[in-house]
Design a protein around this ligand. Structure first.
Ligand SMILES: *[C@@H]1O[C@H](CO)[C@@H](O)[C@H](O)[C@H]1NC(C)=O
Length: 519
């Protein structure tokens, strides 16, 4: 008896150690930077001993043990990535690129179609699939919350940006436009017009979510309904599901963000996508960087924007300008290009984290994507930001405001403005000093971002949905959260007071005037 219970304990310990929890990670957006974020979750959760199923359009080539992948790469055809993020087009249509709705519609559409793919339907209809928790990426659509309904498990939002109103309103309430800037804003300021614009956006989003709630419910039932019912689970209204997340893990960090108040169930894990140790550089790059005594300038537009789509004459201007510098320039460009100046090294693939980490790297010219910003902060390299879409404008302007970067426009005259900016950045040491102050702050965390990630995912499972962390704001009507009822009552009170005073005044005057007549 005694021995057998010991064996049972031992067995359960071993079983726990071997299998951990069963975790579903859903990152359906067909784009390299989003797969980097998804793979970060997979890597850390596997390292913590769990079994992971990863729904992705960019499956890993050699999946490690305990990882299963559901390949939804067929969904590439549902999102015109190359068209959406085409540099040539983005250069000319700057007015409407920062609108929420086009992003939302494109992503919503893509996800809805992705979840109807036979490979995905087979997966969710398989009764053997069971999960303890689902981690789903939020990217302008909330449909993925439905996985929690199918598998009857808690879920966690993975947010890829700095906390902003569209995501925070899913777990708490809207941010305060008085001192926070929306992630799609062109400028990092809160002038009267910026605040008005922010309020307009919040009102529009609130109305949109409310007015389309039945349409979304329909969509959720179409893709997840049958599988949910088959498993004998309840099928709630979509609105009850999308506001039911246990936690939000944000690709953000106090030092990269705006220090706004956050609910208890928002956790920063920014930096988790990075390798703990820089991988060694390829031999030729290592040699090139070691020998660049005047420093290296690294130029990359990230993974979504194709630098090869920069108009040819601009590319030529850039190359000529780079050729006049005494520094070495490493340019990540997806094409072979003739007549490259001696100090310019064009490469189709670049291990970014390792290049930034080389002591000779003195400047990073970037599109201002958040992953690049974090990598540069970690390495302590100042930036020139040339934003194109989404949060890149804000990331670049924020770097400028924090003193470790400059923001310029990518337009016809980019080579000239870049020449001026590079001169300033190279000659003025303040940018470097500033980034060297911020870098240790970014890296000084209680535990690594990856350890925090797995801690919080496990926490949600162990506390059965972490209800004690959820914000009470979700239970409160929107007009109460902005104190509209109080303001109205106050206003009525003030009006009433005025009216009363007016009446009294009249009465007194009436009483007085006959007296005057008599005297
Ligand atoms: C909300 O989540 C909890 C667990 O996290 C679950 O028990 C509950 O059924 C969910 N409610 C809805 C409406 O999805």
């Amino acid at each position: 008896m005694f021995v057998s219970s010991k064996i049972a304990i031992l067995l359960s310990v071993v079983a726990n150690y071997c299998y951990g929890y069963r975790i579903l990670v859903v990152f359906p957006v067909p784009g390299k930077s989003h797969s980097i974020l998804g793979e970060g979750y997979v890597r850390h959760l596997l390292a913590a001993g769990h079994e992971v199923t990863y729904i992705t359009p960019v499956p890993m080539k050699e999946p490690p043990p305990r990882l299963r992948q559901v390949d939804v790469s067929e969904n590439l055809k549902y999102l015109a990535v190359d068209e959406m993020f085409d540099i040539k087009q983005l250069m000319t249509k700057l007015d409407n690129i920062q609108e929420y709705m086009p992003f939302h519609k494109a992503m919503e559409n893509m996800m809805y179609q992705t979840y109807q793919l036979p490979v995905l339907q087979r997966f969710i209809n398989d009764p053997k699939e069971r999960y303890d928790v689902a981690v789903v990426e939020w990217l302008y659509s909330e449909l993925s919350a439905g996985f929690s309904t199918v598998f009857n498990c808690p879920y966690i939002w993975a947010s890829s940006m700095i906390p902003h109103t569209a995501v925070l309103s899913l777990i708490d309430t809207h941010v305060n436009p008085a001192y926070s800037v929306d992630h799609l804003s062109f400028h990092y300021t809160t002038t009267f017009w910026d605040r008005l614009e922010h309020w307009r956006f919040i009102t529009k989003l609130t109305y949109y979510r409310w007015s389309t709630r039945n349409e979304f419910d329909e969509k959720m039932k179409n893709v997840f309904g049958a599988a949910t019912v088959k498993r004998g689970n309840r099928l709630p209204h979509f609105d009850d599901v999308r506001y039911n997340a246990s936690l939000m893990l944000g690709n953000s960090h106090a030092v990269t963000g705006d220090r706004i108040a956050l609910p208890e169930n928002y956790k920063h894990i920014g930096g988790y996508h990075m390798k703990e140790v820089d991988e060694p550089l390829p031999k030729d790059l290592q040699k090139l960087m070691d020998e660049s005594k005047n420093g290296v300038i690294y130029f990359s537009m990230g993974t979504m924007l194709k630098s090869s789509r920069i108009p040819d004459h601009i590319k030529r201007n850039l190359l000529n300008m780079f050729g006049e510098l005494k520094q070495t320039v490493i340019w990540k460009l997806e094409q072979v290009i003739p007549d490259v100046p001696k100090n310019v090294h064009v490469t189709t693939w670049a291990p970014q984290q390792s290049i930034l980490g080389h002591p000779n790297c003195i400047l990073f010219i970037t599109h201002g994507g958040l992953l690049s910003i974090m990598e540069t902060l970690s390495a302590g390299v100042p930036i020139i930001g040339m934003p194109f879409y989404a949060d890149q404008f804000l990331n670049s302007e924020r770097a400028e405001a924090r003193g470790f970067g400059m923001r310029i426009d990518f337009d016809e005259n980019v080579a000239e403005s870049l020449r001026v900016a590079i001169k300033e950045m190279v000659e003025n040491p303040s940018y470097r000093q500033r980034v060297e102050e911020l870098s240790p702050i970014f890296k000084n965390n209680i535990v690594t971002p990856g350890q925090q990630l797995s801690y919080w995912v496990e926490y949600v499972i162990k506390t059965k949905g972490a209800f004690h962390l959820r914000s009470p704001a979700l239970q409160v009507s929107w007009y109460k959260t902005i104190h509209l009822d109080l303001a109205l009552v106050l206003l009525l009170g003030v009006i009433l007071c005025f009216k009363l005073c007016e009446c009294l005044f009249r009465l007194v005057r009436k009483g007085e005037s006959p007296k005057k007549k008599r005297s």
